[in-house]
Ligand binder design. Structure first.
Ligand code: ZN
Length: 467
């Protein structure tokens, strides 16, 4: 009975854990590595295990750094069930098909370029048909109900409060007369977030696998964050430019629409035109509205009272690329929400090309920017950026609204972990840059927690854990 760390060990993306129990193999997440082109090239490498030998997958949530290699797993011969929350199934379908469509498009562009140089064609990482095949293997579950998913493996999903459908994974693993309880935090939400519930408290574990994205930092309070965002609108109103918001289609976009609705008059949003320039974000917003039973109690009430939480006067959905291109002609008064959230792809790059060199424009970063991405370059203060081979001056005002994170901060992670009670269970830290993991490990050690920092491919025997 053991677990090996095949991704997000000492880094943030590519979440992938392999659990072996009684001869069965269970994969927790199968995420895409995201970052620079060199890092993303690792997605094309063979898995460090045989996909045909995997008996089942449990998927914590729909973000691609947790789900994005599932089509490759199926392509490699995995035929078993993929257990996940039903909202994650709906969101994953959107995410995976979009990722596949982008991969197909990129492969066509790259192949054309190579043909001009008499080089061989490239294949997309996976196709839409391959993504569809993976989605057909999804088995939808609800929170809080226990299921036997394999001989010796019992599963329960708990609300992680990170994005809609996100789950903390509880696993009871039995081999002979020995049972061990493994708890995988997935990505843990930020308490007090709009729309979602707080991460569920979990009791008892023999091993906790804890994400550490913000393990070394605390977020601002939600109130300070809303004030900060309001200030950006007030400043931008005087500058007669546009506001660009690179946003993740799932989660962040719905939060933005939600706070825009709450602060519509206060922030002077009636003077702007809001564009949701992302077919994926539009589809995800529909999934959110469909699963309103998963909202926190306050927002369920609000929805009964005020109707759709995401509907704004003056909100335009831009689905087609010609609708998106039309936005490029707008010089001022547009709030443009577009993906990708880290600016490493998607329509936001076109909007950056048209706006980032203009002093009167504003770019508002609302989420984590991984190393190697265009978003990270901008946040780190690059004076120029390259877009389609063109070097473009960065003159727009950049804002980072850190408090909008969908991840728990250091205090949030510690509070959730302390929920296990005494004696504190061994905790393995994943899904963080080394500095974040070190910061969290240092705090955990002051609680006398047995801390493990797994290295890539490290294997832990679950019957022989530190105490
Ligand atoms: Zn996530």
């Amino acid at each position: 009975m053991d677990i090996s760390f095949h991704g997000a060990a000492g880094e943030v993306t590519g979440s992938c854990l392999l659990v072996t129990v009684g001869g069965k193999q269970l994969l927790l997440d199968c995420g895409l590595i995201q970052g620079s082109a060199a890092e993303e090239a690792r997605n094309r490498r063979a898995f460090p295990f045989n996909p045909q030998a995997i008996d089942a997958v449990v998927l914590s949530h729909a973000h691609l750094d947790h789900s994005g290699r599932l089509p490759l797993l199926v392509k490699g011969g995995f035929r078993g069930p993929i257990y996940t929350h039903r909202a994650t199934r709906d969101l994953s379908r959107i995410m995976l098909l979009d990722a596949a469509a982008l991969a197909e498009r990129d492969a066509v562009i790259e192949t054309r370029k190579r043909q001009r140089q008499a080089r061989t064609a490239v294949e997309p990482l996976y196709t839409r048909a391959e993504a569809e095949a993976a989605v057909r293997q999804f088995r939808a579950l609800d929170y809080d109900s226990e299921q036997d998913i394999l001989p010796g493996v019992r599963l329960r999903l708990r609300d992680a409060g990170h994005i809609l459908g996100s789950a903390i994974v509880e696993l009871w693993l039995t081999e002979g007369t020995t049972t061990r309880k493994l708890v995988f935090s997935g990505d843990l939400g930020h308490r007090g977030a709009p729309i979602l519930r707080n991460p569920a408290t979990v009791r008892e574990a023999d091993l906790v696998i804890l994400e550490s994205t913000y393990g070394d930092r605390n977020h601002r309070s939600w109130n300070a964050t809303w004030q900060e965002l309001g200030e950006v609108f007030r400043a931008a109103t005087q500058h007669a430019g546009n506001i660009l918001i690179p946003a993740f289609a799932i989660g962040r976009t719905q939060e933005l629409l939600y706070v825009f609705k709450q602060h519509w008059r206060e922030w002077g949003l009636d003077r702007w035109t809001v564009f949701l320039d992302s077919p994926m974000a539009i589809a995800a917003t529909e999934v959110y509205a469909h699963h309103a039973n998963l909202f926190n109690d306050k927002d369920k009430d609000r929805r009964r009272r005020d109707g759709d939480l995401f509907a704004l006067p003056n909100l335009h959905f831009s689905r087609t690329s010609s609708q998106s291109m039309a936005i490029n002609r707008i010089q001022s008064g547009a709030v443009i929400i577009a993906g990708s959230g880290m600016c490493n792809g998607g329509r936001i790059r076109h909007h950056l090309k048209h706006n980032v060199w203009r002093e009167q424009c504003h770019v508002v970063f609302t989420g984590f920017q991984a190393r190697g991405t265009l978003g990270r370059q901008l946040v780190d203060g690059a004076p120029r950026v390259r877009l389609w081979g063109e070097s473009i001056r960065v003159a727009a005002q950049l804002h980072t609204i850190g408090g909008l994170s969908a991840h728990a901060d250091q205090e949030g992670l510690l509070a959730w972990y302390r929920g296990f009670g005494q004696p504190l269970p061994p905790v393995a830290l994943v899904h963080g840059e080394p500095i974040a993991i070190d910061g969290l490990a240092a705090r955990l050690k002051t609680l006398r927690a047995p801390v493990i920092v797994p290295t890539p491919s490290e294997r832990l025997d679950l019957t022989d854990l530190p105490r």
